[in-house]
Design a binder for this molecule. Structure first.
Ligand code: 9MR
Length: 555
């Protein structure tokens, strides 16, 4: 009943625990051995979010700055999990949530040297991928094969989806571009660790190389590389179903264009290591943009596709009906990389009430973030628009956080029940990134504290009482819907993976849910793909938020 960030707190930042259904008066902070009480405080009045069922009280112990390991005690209620107060307290959280991508690599052996007990054999060469009948083109008839190795497995399954790779790569690249110095010194213990290129870029390159293979000769990009149906819970080297690339789509092609434009300017800075990569990425990006301009509304409608073509494809659809945001993101990245103002003409702004945090089907803000990051280099209309862009982003941060003091858990997350969707931990992380962007634009410390509320949410201050990142915290998911973890025979899940988390939808209909309350629905069970899967597009904002906070919260 005492919910808090189970990892810990920074000496100089805010520290809050939330006491659930207690109606108590005081709390004590004790050293973890329970021998000394270092602070006694008064609990706040009770409060409750509309959709929530729990009345909560706030224990604010921000004044405690001494480093150490502690617990919170609420007399007659109980004692919290232990936590630390320490500088760089989320350093390993940031690192592990990035290292997770290494574990998701396809087409390679994962040796013990880098993976410890989670080592596994080579799997999914992906050198003979069938062109699905939905994907034929002049030069590539049905039944022909292409080679499309590497990349990351999307999630708990072993398929590779361009749309979801798009937002994931965009988020990781933005993280690097926002804080390059931090990543210059980070060592993830991956095979490429001992060269001059930051590990985050080497890791992203693994997926970038796969993405490049997904472009057809006309510039369009296949929506995904997939089995016809999901695998059983097998290790990847035993998952040997035929794999296909399916039809090209405008969303995949524009996400690809955005990622490649961003990659071009990033890898341009490493000419010695990658002499031709930046040029290849840029030309791939431009060709993708041109294809999308000629084919602006090719949706991926899996059910319709299945009426026309065999085999039927039943894996993740990532179908998106609104493509305006993909155009904006790709245009923004292409404009920044090429400085060609013709791309910028595609960019517009929305009233703040209509803005939404990034998700795989809503990438508008990724474009805005990049424009904000490079505001000193903007020209023409982009330069004129910058004040609007800035005030919109800041106003959006204010909208998301307004009313926080009335919420059960005092986090930006949970303004409405709608936050608790499939992959809600990534909603929290992405809202945290909005706060970081507002901080970068204003340098107002309050946005940093707001970002931290959502990191606290993810690591334990929430309605389910879990720290949703595996291996971090006392109560963490143990039974993820993650084929690698289910089939490996090892009790602990792979470390550094973010569970999808609380989701009121309960689409998996698993047995064992104990509540329908929006901010509590979560089931730590393998069958619960709608609350307990992992996914690359969730780990990326997690890594961003933890890394940004590590960089920005100063000693
Ligand atoms: O993250 C996706 C979520 O937003 C959708 O509601 C859900 C159902 O379409 O799919 C999620 O993505 C899954 C993908 O389709 C297949 N790989 C696993 C992904 C995470 O659950």
């Amino acid at each position: 009943n005492i919910r808090l960030n189970q990892v810990g707190f920074y000496p100089t930042a805010s520290k809050i625990a939330v006491v659930v259904n207690a109606n108590a008066e005081t709390f004590l902070v004790k050293t973890a051995d329970l021998k000394n009480t270092v602070l006694t405080g008064k609990l706040s009045d009770q409060r409750k979010s509309e959709f929530s069922e729990k009345r909560t009280q706030i224990a604010d112990f921000s004044s405690l700055q001494k480093e150490g390991k502690y617990v919170i005690e609420v007399p007659s209620i109980g004692i919290s999990y232990p936590f630390e107060i320490q500088d760089e307290v989320h350093k390993n959280v940031a690192k592990a949530s990035l290292k997770a991508f290494y574990f998701q690599r396809a087409s390679t052996k994962i040796p013990e040297k880098y993976a410890g007990k989670w080592a596994r054999p080579f799997a999914h060469p992906d050198t003979k991928i069938l062109i699905h009948p939905s994907a034929v083109s002049d030069k590539r008839p049905a039944g022909k094969v292409i080679s499309s190795p590497k990349g990351w497995y999307d999630a708990g399954d072993y398929n590779k989806y361009i749309v979801n790779s798009g937002i994931t790569m965009g988020t990781l690249f933005s993280m690097y571009e926002d804080f390059p110095a931090y990543f210059q010194q980070q060592n993830l213990n991956i095979p490429e660790s001992n060269n001059a290129v930051p590990d985050v870029l080497e890791e992203a390159l693994w997926n970038l190389q796969w993405m490049l293979t997904m472009q057809d000769s006309d510039g369009g990009v296949y929506h995904k590389l997939t089995n016809a149906n999901f695998d059983r819970m097998l290790m990847p080297n035993h998952a040997k179903k035929t794999r296909y690339v399916v039809q090209k789509s405008t969303a995949a092609t524009l996400d690809f264009a955005a990622v490649m434009a961003q990659a071009a300017r990033i890898f341009r800075k490493f000419p010695k290591e990658f002499p031709a990569l930046a040029d290849s990425c840029l030309s791939a990006s431009v060709r993708a943009w041109d294809w999308a301009s000629k084919n602006p509304a090719v949706k991926y409608e899996q059910n319709k596709m299945n009426e026309q073509f065999l085999p039927k494809i039943t894996t993740g659809a990532y179908g998106d009906n609104t493509l305006s945001d993909e155009f904006i993101w790709a245009a923004a990245e292409l404009y920044i990389t090429t400085k060609d103002e013709k791309y910028y003409q595609n960019i517009d702004f929305l009233p703040v009430q209509k803005m939404s945090v990034p998700s795989w089907n809503q990438v508008r803000l990724l474009g805005y973030y990049s424009l904000a990051r490079f505001h000193n280099q903007l020209t023409g209309k982009a330069k004129e628009d910058f004040p609007t862009l800035k005030s919109n982003l800041v106003a959006f941060a204010d909208t998301l956080s307004s009313g926080i003091e009335k919420r059960s858990f005092q986090t930006v997350m949970g303004k409405t029940a709608k936050d608790f969707v499939w992959g809600s931990t990534a909603v929290a992380a992405n809202q945290g990134i909005v706060m970081i962007q507002a901080y970068q634009l204003t340098k107002d410390r309050k946005y940093l504290d707001l970002a931290l509320t959502n990191l606290d949410y993810i690591l334990g201050r929430n309605g389910a009482g879990y720290s949703f990142l595996t291996a971090f915290g006392s109560k963490t998911p143990m039974h993820l819907h993650h084929r690698l973890a289910i089939a490996d025979g090892i009790d602990e899940p792979l470390p550094g993976f973010l569970s999808g988390g609380i989701n009121a939808g309960q689409q998996d209909k698993c047995e064992g849910y104990t509540t329908k309350v929006a901010d509590e629905c979560y089931l730590d069970a393998e069958c619960s793909y709608s609350t307990n899967e992992i996914a690359i597009n969730w780990n990326a904002p997690m890594a961003y938020l933890a890394s940004a906070i590590e960089v920005l919260i100063k000693k």
